[in-house]
Every structure is written in structure tokens, then in C-alpha cells.
Write a protein of this length. Structure first.
Ligand SMILES: *[C@@H]1O[C@H](CO)[C@@H](O)[C@H](O)[C@H]1NC(C)=O
Ligand SMILES: *[C@@H]1O[C@H](CO)[C@@H](O)[C@H](O)[C@H]1NC(C)=O
Ligand SMILES: *[C@@H]1O[C@H](CO)[C@@H](O)[C@H](O)[C@H]1NC(C)=O
Ligand SMILES: *[C@@H]1O[C@H](CO)[C@@H](O)[C@H](O)[C@H]1NC(C)=O
Ligand SMILES: *[C@@H]1O[C@H](CO)[C@@H](O)[C@H](O)[C@H]1NC(C)=O
Length: 573
């Protein structure tokens, strides 16, 4: 047995090495192609974007089936966020010219009256414009409320760099008015329905909510830095409300973020993986409140998402259940044949590279009951706990995860045609490129995944230490104050938490269970407002260094009264 394990590991290491060298070589050939691919699609000088005004990003030069010769606020902002990250990390001054042109182009576009409204009546939610900065007036899925959030995030990233480099005047006089229009729109409209980033479903969308939250946090910090204090408390209040709402997309069983509240699909969608990479903050650790790439929720979600494509694409047939596969937008997709996309496959790798960066920084990796299924792909005998970087478990897992991540880049590489052009999709049956050629976002996604693989991290945006109360989403109906007391003897390092069947009791989610007070040890206590006249089930759990121990079955149960306060005195079972 032991000899078998040793030789299996040896084999694994050899194939991981081969994978890694394939990917190394793809990164070195594709990087300049992807960079040139992005620049070719930006006016006025881009070689494939003739007719686009300066700083305007075309989605793709394709004009028929599909016609993508338009500029989308979302795509443009994600693309320029990457160029701004490059510039602020020491990139060339020609990027600076382009960034300034982008800012001017977007400031113009903000003012264009369009089918969603004027600048002050909802027009900022318009998703796409003509490349000469006029309105697109055809039928479309509008509004799309992620655009203003992503645009402000891109421009704020630039603004923060300018402030750090002694150019606050330009930020205050030129950038702030543009940023503020978008942030006011986000603060006032985040709680209205929106078309999702795929422009198909009108409901609430996880990606949109998450990037709105990020924009408000960054906006509040920037406003504070430049003395625009009148907006700070409003942005903070709304950011906290948005963060609370963001928690409601988590679907504890089987552990994924439901991408859209409408649409009648499984809810499994690359929307959520893109959220994880576009709201990554290297200083936020593995925080699950903001769904950081290494958080247990985002890893569980990633597995659910990836696995949903294993059996539906012919190109994935014969690939082992713990190996990388081609992934698309969502399993039910039929658009242009419903194929894998380069940018979604790369996003999986990017989330994993981001996670590896954070584990390395913190010198450990934690496996919770929520992320156990993800990690057991790489070690079936793994148990929950925290593994320091000095342990062999940590090395085994991180080596395997690096190789798994490389596998997704290798998948994109395998189906990149000679010449390196990246279309929107690659065929589910044979991997040949499908749909729009030279998709700007595909190229940008290659640049961001390559950067993450090289350990490059974007600037922090203030996600560190954000919390929400587990009861923030309970509605405003009548509540009863319930005091829970449980008599339980613990050892040092163990804590007792409460979880149960309603939102205020974390909906059985152990990662947001309520920590009880040991002030009257051995009685542990907490008081929670619960909906009145409601049948509640609950359990106490013990958590020691990430390891969760549940009380034995059955669940504790009671029904809340109509009003007032109740006390429950329990003994651990
Ligand atoms: C585009 O070309 C014009 C004319 O050569 C030049 O002035 C301008 O700086 C170029 N724009 C960028 C972003 O390089
Ligand atoms: C903008 O481009 C559209 C589509 O090519 C064209 O119909 C329109 O006349 C242009 N408008 C201006 C002001 O150039
Ligand atoms: C500040 O940045 C803007 C935008 O690039 C630039 O036009 C301006 O010259 C800069 N001002 C100073 C003082 O560096
Ligand atoms: C608005 O916010 C409430 C409370 O967070 C939430 O229940 C509701 O679904 C939200 N609606 C939309 C469209 O965002
Ligand atoms: C619960 O225990 C507390 C003391 O820990 C006591 O004051 C209270 O009367 C008890 N309540 C019930 C309903 O047993």
C-alpha cells in the first residue's frame, strides 16, 4: 500500500510538472498576443476598432453573427481595470494616455440620453452604446446596473494611484464628479432589479450586487481621502445594506451562490466565479462574507460550478472527476450553441491562483465543513482543520490545487488556435473557436489569469474585516427576543455556537453561526431576535480551530410566541 502511494505521488508530480511547463509556454506566447488583442480593440488607434472614438473599447470587431461592434460599459470597465492595474504597477506611459482617454470617453457616455433615461433619470444603467458615443436605441436587456459600479471601481483605482503620486487636484476636479455620478446611481438603485451580466435575466444578480458593494466601499474611502465627506455616511450605510443582501444568494445545500434570483435555472453560473476574482482583495484573507477566492463558500461554489460542465460537453468526456475541464457560462446555456467560454474557464484558474496567494501569505489553509468537498478532490481522506504551511497536507493540497488551476489554463491553451486569437467561445464538441472573434474580454481574462498565476495582486479595496450580523436580513415583521442558554463543558480553544432553521440563526450555515458568550460558564448564552409565531429548529455546535462538532440528533425545536421575550435552558446532547 505504501509503495503504491509513493509511486502514485511520483506520477502525479511528473504530470503536474508537464502541465506546468505546457502552461508556462502558453503564458509566454499568449501574453503579448492578449495584450495586443486588447489594445487593437480600443479607439481611436486600435488596429481592429476603426471608427471607435478615443478610449472607447469595442467588445469585438465582429459585425455579423454576432454583431458586437458596440461598446459595453461592463466589458470596457473590466478591460480598463486591468490596464489601470498594469499602469499603476509601473506600466508604460502610453497606457496613461489611453486611460485618460477612457475616462473622457466614459464621462461623455454618462451624459448621453438613451433608452434607460438621462444622466439623472436612470441613463447610467444603459448597458451598451455605439462606438461613436451615441445611444443604441434598439431593444435590449436594460438596465444593467453592474456597469456604473465597475466603471467607478476602475476609475477609483486610477484615482488612488494619482493621489499617492501627488495629483489629488486632478482627482478632485476631474475624476470625482464622474465617479460620484456612478456611485450615487449605485447607492440609489442597488435594490432595484437588473439584467444580469449575460443580459438575459431581469432579477437580482450576485455579480451585480457584489460589484456594487465593492464600488460603494471604495467610493466611501476615496471620498474620505479627498474631503468629500458629505457622501461618506450614505455610501457606508448602503454598502452595509448591500453586503447584507449579498449573503442571501448563498445556497447552503449543496453549497453554491445562486447567480440570479430569477430565471428558473439551476442558478449555477460563472457569474459567481467572476465575482470572486473581481472582488478579490489580497488583504481580506479567506473571508466568506465577501466571498473571497479562498473562502469556504467560494471554493464550494467553484466545485459545484465546475462539476456542472463535466458531463454536458463532449470535450470533457473521459476527463477524471478531479481534473480540470472546459467550463462555460451556465449549464443550461444555448446561446451560439451554449459552449465553453475562454473567459469563464480562465476565471476558474484565476480564483484558484488568488486562493494560493492568500494561503501562502497567511502560512496556512483551513478546511471547513463547507469546503471539505472541494478539498477532498485532492485528498479523499482529508478532514476539516487548519493546516500550517509546514505540514505535508498543506504541501500536498497546494501542489495539487496549483496543478488543477493550471489545468484550466491548459484547457484554454489546447483550444486556442494557432496565432493565439481568442474568440468568445470554443465548441463544446471539438473545441474550435465559436462566436465573436477577438473578444476584448477574452484577452483581458487571459491577462488577469496570467498575472494571478505569477502572484501579482491588484490593489486592496477595503474588504478586510467587513462583517454583517446574521440577523441583518430578517424582515420587519414582529419578532421575539429569545435567550438561548446551554450547559456544556468545553476545553480551552473550543467555542459554542448556535445555528438553526431561519436566517437569524444562519440557516444552518456553520460558517456564520452565532458565537455564544461563556460569561456564565459552563452555561453559554446568546439572545437573538426571531420571527414571531414561527416553528424553529436549532442546534448548538462546538467549533475548535475550524472543526465543527454538532449536537446529536434530533434537532431541538420550539415555536416562538406572538411577542415579548422567551428563554430556553438546554443541556448539550
Ligand atoms: C493615437 O494616435 C494619435 C496620432 O498619432 C496620437 O496623437 C495619440 O497619442 C495616439 N493615442 C494613443 C492612446 O496612443
Ligand atoms: C454614430 O454611429 C452610427 C452607427 O454607425 C451612425 O448611424 C451615426 O450617424 C453616428 N453618429 C454620429 C453623431 O456620428
Ligand atoms: C495629473 O494627471 C492628469 C491625468 O493624467 C494629467 O493630465 C496632469 O498633467 C497631472 N498633473 C500633474 C500635476 O501631474
Ligand atoms: C432589496 O433588498 C431586500 C432586503 O435586503 C431584499 O430582500 C430584496 O430582495 C432586494 N430586492 C432587490 C431587487 O434587490
Ligand atoms: C433558565 O435559567 C436561568 C438561570 O440560568 C433562570 O434564571 C431561568 O429561570 C431559567 N428559565 C427557565 C424557563 O427555566
Amino acid at each position: 500500500m505504501r509503495r503504491f502511494i509513493v509511486s502514485a505521488l511520483g506520477l502525479c508530480a511528473a504530470s503536474a510538472w508537464a502541465q506546468s511547463s505546457t502552461v508556462d509556454s502558453y503564458v509566454s506566447t499568449e501574453s503579448p498576443i492578449a495584450q495586443a488583442g486588447v489594445l487593437a480593440n480600443i479607439g481611436a488607434n486600435g488596429s481592429k476598432s476603426s471608427g471607435a472614438l478615443p478610449g472607447v473599447v469595442i467588445a469585438s470587431p465582429s459585425t455579423t453573427n454576432p454583431d458586437y461592434l458596440y461598446t459595453w460599459v461592463r466589458d470596457s470597465s473590466l478591460v480598463f481595470k486591468e490596464l489601470i492595474d498594469q499602469y499603476t504597477a509601473g506600466g508604460s506611459s502610453s497606457l496613461r494616455t489611453l486611460i485618460d482617454e477612457f475616462v473622457t470617453a466614459e464621462a461623455n457616455i454618462q451624459q448621453v440620453t438613451n433608452p434607460s433615461g438621462t444622466v439623472s433619470t436612470g441613463g447610467l444603467g444603459e448597458p451598451k452604446f455605439m462606438i461613436n458615443e451615441t445611444a443604441f436605441t434598439g431593444a435590449w436587456g436594460r438596465p444593467q446596473r453592474d456597469g456604473p459600479a465597475l466603471r467607478s471601481t476602475a476609475i477609483i483605482t486610477y484615482a488612488n494611484w494619482l493621489i499617492a503620486n501627488g495629483n489629488t487636484t486632478y482627482v478632485t476636479n476631474t475624476l470625482w464628479p464622474i465617479i460620484k455620478l456612478d456611485l450615487d446611481y449605485v447607492a440609489n438603485n442597488w435594490n432595484a432589479t437588473t439584467f444580469d451580466l449575460w443580459e438575459e435575466i431581469d432579477s437580482s444578480s450576485f455579480f451585480t450586487t457584489a460589484v456594487q458593494h465593492r464600488a460603494l466601499r471604495q467610493g466611501s474611502a476615496l471620498a474620505t481621502a479627498i474631503g468629500q465627506t458629505s457622501v461618506v455616511s450614505g455610501y457606508n450605510t448602503q454598502a452595509q445594506n448591500v453586503l447584507c443582501f449579498l449573503q442571501s444568494y448563498w445556497n447552503p445545500s449543496p453549497g453554491f451562490m445562486t447567480a440570479n434570483t430569477g430565471g428558473g435555472r439551476s442558478g449555477i453560473d460563472a457569474n459567481t466565479v467572476l465575482t470572486s476574482i473581481h472582488t478579490f482583495d489580497v488583504n481580506a484573507g479567506c473571508d466568506a462574507t465577501t466571498f473571497q477566492p479562498c473562502s469556504d463558500k467560494a471554493l464550494s461554489n467553484l466545485k459545484t460550478y465546475v462539476d456542472s460542465f463535466r458531463t454536458i460537453y463532449t470535450v470533457n468526456s473521459g476527463i477524471a472527476a478531479n481534473q480540470a475541464v472546459a467550463t462555460g457560462r451556465y449549464p443550461e446555456d444555448v446561446y451560439q450553441g451554449g459552449n465553453p467560454w475562454y473567459l469563464t474557464t480562465f476565471a476558474v484558474a484565476e480564483q484558484l491562483y488568488d486562493a494560493l496567494i492568500v494561503w501562502k501569505n497567511q502560512g496556512s489553509l483551513t478546511v471547513t465543513s463547507t469546503s471539505l468537498g472541494f478539498f477532498q478532490q485532492f485528498d479523499t481522506s482529508l478532514t476539516i482543520g487548519t493546516y500550517a504551511s509546514s505540514t505535508s497536507t498543506y504541501s500536498t493540497l497546494t501542489t495539487a490545487i496549483k496543478s488543477f488551476a493550471d489545468g484550466f489554463v491548459a484547457m484554454g491553451a489546447k483550444y486556442t488556435p494557432s496565432g493565439g486569437g481568442l474568440a468568445e467561445q470554443y465548441s463544446r464538441s471539438d473545441g474550435t473557436p465559436v462566436s465573436a472573434v477577438d473578444l476584448t474580454w477574452s484577452y483581458a481574462s487571459a491577462l488577469t489569469v496570467f498575472a494571478a498565476r505569477a502572484g501579482v495582486t491588484p490593489a486592496s479595496w477595503g474588504a478586510n474585516g467587513l462583517t454583517v450580523s446574521s440577523s441583518c436580513l430578517t424582515n420587519n415583521g414582529p419578532t421575539v427576543s429569545v435567550e438561548f442558554n446551554v450547559d456544556v463543558t468545553t476545553v480551552l480553544g473550543e467555542n459554542i455556537y448556535l445555528t438553526g432553521s431561519v436566517g437569524a440563526l444562519s440557516n444552518w450555515d456553520t460558517s456564520t453561526a452565532i458565537l455564544m458568550s461563556s460569561a456564565n460558564y459552563p452555561v453559554w448564552s446568546t439572545t437573538v431576535n426571531l420571527p414571531a409565531n414561527t416553528a424553529i429548529q436549532y442546534k448548538y455546535i462546538q467549533i475548535n480551530n475550524g472543526a465543527v462538532t454538532w449536537e446529536s440528533d434530533p434537532n431541538n425545536a420550539f415555536t416562538t410566541g406572538a411577542s415579548g421575550a422567551q428563554t430556553l435552558n438546554d443541556t448539550w446532547r
